[in-house]
Every structure is written in structure tokens, then in C-alpha cells.
Write a protein that binds this ligand. Structure first.
Ligand SMILES: Nc1ncnc2c1ncn2[C@@H]1O[C@H](COP(=O)(O)OP(=O)(O)OP(=O)(O)O)[C@@H](O)[C@H]1O
Ligand SMILES: [Mg+2]
Length: 303
């Protein structure tokens, strides 16, 4: 570590220690340079770097507090580790990444482009079942490999999660069924989205590490998600397919994955318009149709 970084770390440490012993009232005003014993010119440099902020200013004095960033650096176990992890920008094969998903050109472009930025834009997709929300997450997982961490909201509450994130430092965190995530995990996610900090409790003390992660979430409903979490996402509602979209998706899914010939796939798609919006119904119909024909399959399954 260079001397400059070391010096800076010591200063931030001093400020942190001073802040730790302030009471709430004092904290709302902040400290002056002479409380800490650091010259204003030096504080000014930290201010420019976003490590310290002005918390109060009057004609006679200026007061300061550490920013989240400044705190994270000061709290790091080893000076310097609280810096964001170096960014690894994967090359996304634009033609390939979402090629199995029919339609959604704008969402594809949004995800493709924002995943290649050097600072995150978090994206949340929500809407009724069978609209390819999970497919988007799977495709990102496939493209990012080990740089992605897929999570299922209903299964995330285990103590090791944040340790895992601190260790793996994923570039993308994919949270399916985010509305089912435990509140405590949502709070952890919020901290990552807000400041990149991973909050962990370990033998009675807090360890803070940083991660530069994109969060991509999917949900059926979002009305129960905390407003502050929603606010950190670019939120996109997917609406049920209109007739033409439904026909296109069904035909494509049945021919690509259900071993159904083009004509039969088309017939199933046509017959189901107006009866269901759910592509999964079409998949069931196609499977059963192999034994009983399309008409009978629809009668058995959907009446
Ligand atoms: N636009 C699409 N392109 C290709 N396949 C699609 C599309 N929409 C739906 N499907 C089909 O629907 C199935 C369900 O998609 P997916 O599991 O991604 O839905 P979802 O939106 O996550 O639904 P849920 O809310 O129930 O989790 C897929 O396996 C796929 O066969
Ligand atoms: Mg899903």
C-alpha cells in the first residue's frame, strides 16, 4: 500500500473514531477540523473525493461527517479493501444472449446495454406468469457464468448468503421471485444497490465489504416490496400477450422445445387465443395432443 493511501486511511479512521463517540445530536451537526486535528485543506481533498461531506455550515465554522464511502474505507479490516472490486466487463454476444426469447426488443436492449456499463442500473421485471421473466434471468446467468449469482427469493434467507456474495463478488445478482425474499435479505440487497456495501454480522461486529453488482429481479407482483427497494430499480411491467404475440410465442416454443411440427404448433396457437394467455397451457396441450389430437387435448385440459 502506498504511503498516501495509508495516510488517508489513518485520517478517515480518526474521523470514524470521533464520530463513533458522538451522540445523536452532535452527529446531526458533525465535527469541526479542530475536533479531529486535521487541517481544513486536507479535509477539503477528502471532500472532493467524496469521502467526507459538509454536514453543517455557518459563518464561523464548517462541520463535516464521513460519507458512506468514507466510512466504508475507514471500517475496512485491511486499509484499502473497501474500494469497489475492479470491474470486469464481460463481452456480451448481442445476437446471442436473449435469442431464445420471442419479442421484448426494448427490454432486451435495455438489459444488454446496461449490463455493459461500468456502473450499475438495476432492472426489475414483473407481471403475470409465463411471460419469460425467468428466461431473462437464465439467459443472463448463462452469459455471465461464474460472474453471476442466481437467487430464488423464496429460498434466500440463509445466514451464509452475504458471506457468499462477499467472497464471490458477483457482477450480477439475479433474484427470481424477489417479492418472496425475506425482509432481512431485502435490506441486504438494498445496501448493495445503494452503496455497494455488503452488510454482514460476524461474531458481534460488522464487516463491510464492497461489491459492484447489478441486481436483476423478477416478480409476479411488486405491491408488497418496500418502496425504497422499488425505487432503486428501473421497473418494467410485462403485460399478458396480445393475440398476435401469443401466437408467435406459442408457435416458437412448441416447435423449438416440444417437438411439435409447424402446422400443429400453429393450430394449437390459433385455437388457444381467447381461451388462455398462458404459454404453459399451450405446452401441456401440445404434449397431450401427441396421444389424443389437438382438439381433444384442449377439451381435456382447458374446459
Ligand atoms: N417471449 C417468450 N419467448 C420464448 N418463450 C416464452 C416466451 N414467453 C413465455 N415463454 C415460454 O413460457 C415458459 C415460461 O417462461 P418463464 O418461466 O420465463 O415465465 P415467468 O415469466 O418467469 O413466469 P412465472 O411468473 O410463472 O415465474 C418458458 O419456458 C417458455 O417456454
Ligand atoms: Mg419465473
Amino acid at each position: 500500500m502506498t504511503e498516501v493511501i495509508q495516510e488517508r486511511y489513518k485520517l478517515l479512521r480518526k474521523m470514524l473514531e470521533y464520530e463513533e463517540q458522538m451522540n445523536e445530536n452532535e452527529r446531526s451537526i458533525g465535527w469541526r477540523w479542530d475536533n479531529i486535528g486535521v487541517y481544513p485543506a486536507t479535509i477539503h481533498k477528502l471532500l472532493i473525493d467524496g469521502l467526507v461531506r459538509v454536514s453543517f455550515k455557518s459563518r464561523s465554522s464548517t462541520n463535516y461527517m464521513l460519507t458512506e464511502e468514507g466510512r466504508a474505507v475507514a471500517e475496512a479490516d485491511i486499509p484499502g479493501v473497501a474500494q469497489p472490486a475492479p470491474i470486469e466487463v464481460p463481452v456480451i454476444d448481442a445476437a446471442q444472449i436473449f435469442s431464445d426469447i420471442v419479442g421484448y426488443d426494448d427490454i432486451k436492449e435495455l438489459l444488454r446495454e446496461s449490463l455493459q456499463l461500468d456502473k450499475p442500473i438495476h432492472v426489475l421485471l414483473y407481471g403475470p406468469p409465463s411471460l419469460a421473466k425467468s428466461m431473462f434471468l437464465w439467459d443472463i446467468e448463462r452469459a455471465f457464468g461464474d460472474l453471476s449469482l442466481p437467487l430464488l427469493g423464496s429460498a434466500t434467507s440463509h445466514a451464509g448468503l452475504w458471506d457468499l456474495i462477499a467472497e464471490r463478488k458477483p457482477r450480477v445478482i439475479l433474484v427470481d421471485e424477489i417479492e418472496k425474499m425475506a425482509l432481512v435479505d431485502m435490506a441486504g440487497l438494498l445496501s448493495i444497490m445503494q452503496t455497494g456495501r455488503i452488510i454482514r454480522a460476524k461474531v458481534g461486529r460488522k464487516l463491510d465489504e464492497k461489491v459492484n453488482a447489478w441486481v436483476i429481479g423478477a416478480a409476479n407482483r411488486i405491491h408488497k416490496l418496500p418502496a425504497e427497494l422499488i425505487s432503486r430499480f428501473s421497473v418494467h411491467q410485462l403485460a399478458e400477450y396480445a393475440a398476435k404475440e401469443f401466437r408467435d410465442v406459442v408457435t416458437s416454443v412448441l416447435t423449438a422445445h416440444e417437438d411439435t411440427d409447424q402446422d400443429t404448433a400453429h393450430e394449437i396457437a390459433m385455437r388457444l387465443v381467447g381461451r388462455t394467455h398462458d404459454v404453459r397451457d399451450a405446452v401441456r396441450v401440445a404434449r397431450l395432443a401427441k396421444r389424443v389430437g389437438v382438439k381433444r387435448s384442449i377439451e381435456l385440459l382447458l374446459s
